[in-house]
Design a protein around this ligand. Sequence first.
Ligand SMILES: *Cc1c(COP(=O)(O)O)cnc(C)c1O
Length: 448
Amino acid sequence: MKEDLLRSLPQVSKLLELYKDKYPEVYAKRAIKEVLERVRQEIKEGKRNSLEDLHTLVEESIKRRVQTQLRRVINATGVVINTNLGRSPLAEEVGQFVKHIATGYSNLEYDLEEGKRGSRSKLVEDYLIHLTGCESAFVVNNNASAVFLVLNTLASGKEVVVSRGELVEIGGSFRIPDIMRASGAKLIEVGTTNKTKLKDYQIAINQNTALLMKVHRSNFYMEGFVEEVKPEELLTFGLPVYYDAGSGMLIDIKKLGINSQEPDFKSSIQKGIHIVSGSADKLLGGPQAGIIIGKKDLIEPIRKNPLSRIVRIDKMTLAALEMTLRLYLEERYWDIPIFKMLTYKASELKRRALRLLRAIKKALPEVEVYLVKDFSKCGGGSLPELSLETYCVAVIHKKLTAQELDRILRSLDPPIIGRIKEDQLLLDVRTILDEELKMIPSLLAKAL
Ligand SMILES: *Cc1c(COP(=O)(O)O)cnc(C)c1O
């Protein structure tokens, strides 16, 4: 039986004949080989006794390969800074500037006035100085590298004092104690999980202490019997104070109407914190990058650390960062997508949800849709305490479960990623871009 089935497997070339006019041969050939290999294995392991679905499998596999692996998706999850979906989407003109710089040569490391070698990080330094009031700034490829670089430069072989309540893990693999160890700095834990006092730091400080570090808790918050020391209070010891602010908020976004307790770069600098770092793709709304700002005498050695070459920022990122920072400079906050999404009025969301609902109803009379009032999240380990009132469209199909429906939506081009709540598939309009909102009904009509 097994042998018969194995023998009846078609050859690669035979299958290729069927598909090569319809799809590019490179993708078809690899897909066919992969499917045949998999099916053969399944037969050998006794997991398969028919070849009925062979053509479906081949065609699906070809289709997957014909598309790029990295794809644009429609975020209907309602999580604004969705780490799995690429964190912050860039502003339209930021994207255009990236394309403009990336498809030609640029003065990335060339001083156009002097006609000699220049510094890439310097290209955005002035903006950061202007926007935050810091003395000096340095940018790297993400905040994890920024934290590592700060610790390695300022505290390798020495001690860094951190509160036990701040030994956080962010996004699976970034853990403060691990980064600390890798950087060569020795972690000195003080206080307890819920309470750390100024006295705890004082007791821990000795002649080997290089740095006092504060880590923003980012993805969780504590309530109840809690006490912590503010970063600026640590300045009393006369040692360098480093604040990993995480979310990278540049300005106080309360003035944009976002109810936030997150620390922002500008106020941290104003309070006199020596070094502050954060991500550029969280609440800054820019590309993946790590921003380090602070006192010149501390930033300079960080810049000169040979390891900074390993985590240097790329030209596309730098282009995106510069253009995003210009939007701040020009106070065009509403052109930054995450701010638009975070500050939608409930009435506006309701209007958008109703528009989507009616369009789906019209395109697919057989599916049931209705309006659901719910809450969206900021995400990206930012503003964990914030629940944003939102409106969603619940999509119900008589023959499909929410999970099956979700799977179908994920297979569309572009895929639509919704959220399942109480066995219902919800499309949260907060995170759906305007042009995407118009596409959804016809996308659904094709698949359902
Ligand atoms: C997100 C975060 C990081 C890691 O930043 P990436 O840009 O993801 O590398 C480090 N520290 C804190 C406090 C964070 O919130």
